[in-house]
Each structure stands twice: as structure tokens, then as C-alpha cells.
Design a binder for this molecule. Sequence first.
Ligand code: ATP
Length: 542
Amino acid sequence: MDSSTAAADEQRTSAPPGGGSGGRRAGADVLLAAQGITKRFGAVAANADVDLVVNAGEIHALLGENGAGKSTLVKILYGALQPDAGRVTWQGREVRVASPAAARALGIGMVFQHFSLFEALSVAENIALALEKPGTMRSLADRIRAVSRDYGLPLDPDALVADLPVGIRQRIEIVRCLLQQPRLIIMDEPTSVLTPQEADELFLTLKRLASEGCAVLYISHRLEEVQRICHHATILRHGKVVAECDPTRETPGSLARMMVGADIAHVAAAAQAPGAAATRLAARRLSLPAATPFAVPLTDVTLEVRAGEVVAVAGVAGNGQGELFDALTGERRTAPGMVEIDGTACGNEGITRRRQRGAAFVPEERLGHGAVPGFRLSSNLLLTRHATGDGLVKGGFVAFAAMAAMERRIKQVYDVRMSHDDPEARALSGGNLQKFVVGRELSRNPGVLIVNQPTWGVDAGAAALIRQALVDLARKGSAVLVISQDLDEIYEIADRIAVISRGQLSLAEPAAAMSRERIGLLMAGGAEAAAPTGSSTAARRA
Ligand SMILES: Nc1ncnc2c1ncn2[C@@H]1O[C@H](COP(=O)(O)OP(=O)(O)OP(=O)(O)O)[C@@H](O)[C@H]1O
């Protein structure tokens, strides 16, 4: 950090919360004021004497690195957790938010990071379950249509949740929240599951809500969007408020510096391995019927990832990324020759067998799929490493000391922050669990790594650490396949890029030859939409 930015940061961070005026910003109408909020989990103070003021009609960002205490604070405001100390004032009156129902009665709504919808029920049925007085299903369906139309979030009340992509599921949660006519909506990383277009639509909705006087408390690690849509930001570090600012006057870099207290490293990509390196992972004419009537079939997918390179699969969510991951990892089996690891046909093999071949996998959903929420981290290690000869099982017995040592090593190398040793996976903040799951797989030095959305919900510093680790793994001779919705991430780490659209995969071409426009075309129109650019004969062959 240079001295001028350090001085500027110092000025901001030393200002009392609210810019020295108790949070009352010029001409503002205070809706919620939290004072001295403290919450401990064992030895960790997740929130330490936190003050927060949210004004009516403002989109207020709550920023901080993974584990900074953002979710803890909003859970307290929503009544899902009780603070150890502190008080909350709502519209000028001190209140005790004893439960989420009490929060909703006050006019505080929340859209969670992990949705709580029943797949077997319709949109309207799911919403009815959350309302105190849903009325008849017909009148509720009419209200859902009206609210969703008014706020630019179209929804079919009769659609079955199981059939809906994740972006629409989030819409249900938002409409459910809006039907309760909240004065404050809390959103925990709402855009991490959205396509860029869906995110733009959400921003319009948020701006409309703000213009009507509703406040939005907005948690996000995407600093560009914070800068774009938020009026004010409160920044937490290690459970304390360290700064407040007007994000429109900041840059993503300066916001990140306030969060972390230091500059964020950029990924350094050493020169790529020569193109002639051996192919370590291949999909050959991989086709897979859709598992459900609403899933995406894979059609004739061909892809090679060579030793030393990172290949990225870009695409709008729901275009077959999950299905491709399942087929490559063995969660779904295919004809043997459709998937190869180090030259061996293994399409008919299961996930454990492929792990024994030196492959490692990081799924998109870390809680539930990447890790069992109720298991300690050490037990979660065992789940993917019991059969890989890493010394965690000896003579048929679990080697507990080795397991604990490995858990400590991963924690240290990947900077996984936790309140006590070896907690259950669910006690970690989202980003820290992601660091643990990625670290668990990377620490095996796998010959092939397939990772779906590697930095979902991860703060800027940790994202840089994970991305660097992926590039470093490749440069040591592994083949790394990254499935990601984040184009910035893809450009930062990929040597070659392929685009998936409606279950078809375009040719993987050198990243330097792929413009954003061309990727957009391929996303929209399928593999045939855009002719390869530049001298991509080699890429065509690949
Ligand atoms: N139920 C719990 N039990 C024990 N520790 C917890 C629990 N919930 C949170 N913590 C700890 O409190 C701290 C703050 O966590 P919190 O989830 O609030 O962070 P966050 O800022 O929301 O992080 P992220 O951006 O990764 O979601 C972390 O150290 C976390 O491990």
C-alpha cells in the first residue's frame, strides 16, 4: 500500500461509525440502529461491539473478508441469533428481535444464501408456508403474479420448484419477502447464484425498492457491484467495524484494502507448459441423457486438458455445467471411453476409483455435497481421502492422529479461520468452508483437478489465494479444469477457454484469442454460433 492510500484508509478507518454523526447521514431517516452488538462463539468474538445504522431508502453494503462476522450480524438483526450484548432500535423504538417471525412482524425480511424451498411443492405453496395469513391459493397466486410483475421478477405461481433453475428460486425467496411488505430487506450474497443478466435485473428491483423508501442491507464479495448499486458501506474486520464509506467514491481495490487491511495479491501465472504436454483428462464424444425431464443432456462433448494447463469452461448457469461435472467425476457413469484420466478409459468407473487414479474434485455446493455439515473437518477429510493412500486409514483402522495433523496443515496453508480446533463443517463461515474443501483436494497434489465454481462466496483475498493455488498446481504438471460463471476469474487463470451452452461444449481456445463478445455469443448461441478466432488450429485439434 502506498503512503497516500494508507493515509486515506487511516482517515476512514479512524472515523467513528456513521462518519462521526452516529450513522445519521445528511437528510437521512434512520430505520435501524444497532449499538454495541457482541456475539461470541467459544473463544471467537464473531461480533465485537458493532454499531450499524441503516437509513430508509438506502442500499447499505455490509463488507468484510470471510469470517469477519457479516452473517452473524444479520442473523442477529433477523432474530435468528441472540446477541450476548448490545441493543437494536427500530424506527426510533428499542426492540428485542426474539425470532425471525418477530423480525418479519417488525418489517425486516431476509433472503438467505442457502434457499429453504421444498422442491416437491409449487412456487405458491412454498410462499404460502412462509406467510402468517396466506389466504386462499387463488388469491395468493394473484398476489404473487402482481408483485412479481411490478418488481420485474416474473414468476409462475403454479411451477414446481424442482423444475426451476437457481436464479428463479432466488426470485421466489425475494417475492416471498416482498409479499410481507418489508421496510428492510437483508440479502446475503444474492448475486453469487445469478447470471450477469439476472444480476442486472435484481439491481433494478433493488433500486426500485430503495426509491420507495425500503432499505436493503446487502452482503456481497463482488466489490464492483457494491460500488455500482450501494449508497453506503460498513466494513467489518475480525468482528469489529473498521470503516464506513460511500462506495461510489471508492474503487474495488480500495474497498478490498479496507476489508483486509492490506493490498490483495494478483494471480501470477508463470509461463504455460508447452502445448505438446500429455493429455491427462479427456472427454471424448461424451453424451449423457438428462437425468430428469428438466435437466440438460450433454451432447457430444469433446475436451482435452493437458499437463501444465488450466482450462476453463464458461457458461450461463444451468447449461450443463453440473452434468459435465457429474460425468467427469464419476457421480454419473457413461460408456468407458467417454472419459479418460491419464490415458485410461474410466467413464464407467465411480468417484472413488477415479480418485485412486489421482483425480480430485471440488463440487459447486460446499455444504452438503463438498462437506457433510454435521461432521467435523477431520471426518470430512476422511470422506474423500479414505481410499487414496494418504495414510488416513491404516490396516482398516482410521489413523486419527494423521487425520488431525492433516486438518491442521490445511487450515494453516489455506488460511481457514475457525473459532476452535476441528469444528463441524457447518460452524465455518461460507468462505472458510470453501477454502477448506479446496485445500483438502489441492493438498493431495492431484494429477487431475476438476473444480466447479472455485471461489463462490469467497472474499477477494481468499479468492486470489485459491486461484493462485490452481495455477501453481497446473504448472507443477497437473491438468486443471475449472468450471466457472465468473469471466474475470476465467481470464485471470485460464490458458484455454471453452463455452458450454445447452449441453454442448465449444472448442477450447487460447484465452488470449477469446474476446468477451465471442464468449457471450457462444453462451447465447451454442457451440456453432461463433467461428473460432485467430490461429486456433491447435486449439481445434485439442
Ligand atoms: N455456529 C457457530 N459456531 C461456532 N463458530 C461460529 C458459528 N457461526 C459463526 N462462527 C464463527 O464466527 C466467525 C464469523 O462468522 P460469520 O459467518 O459471521 O462470517 P462472515 O463474515 O459471514 O463470513 P463469510 O463471508 O465467509 O460468509 C467465524 O470465525 C466463524 O467461524
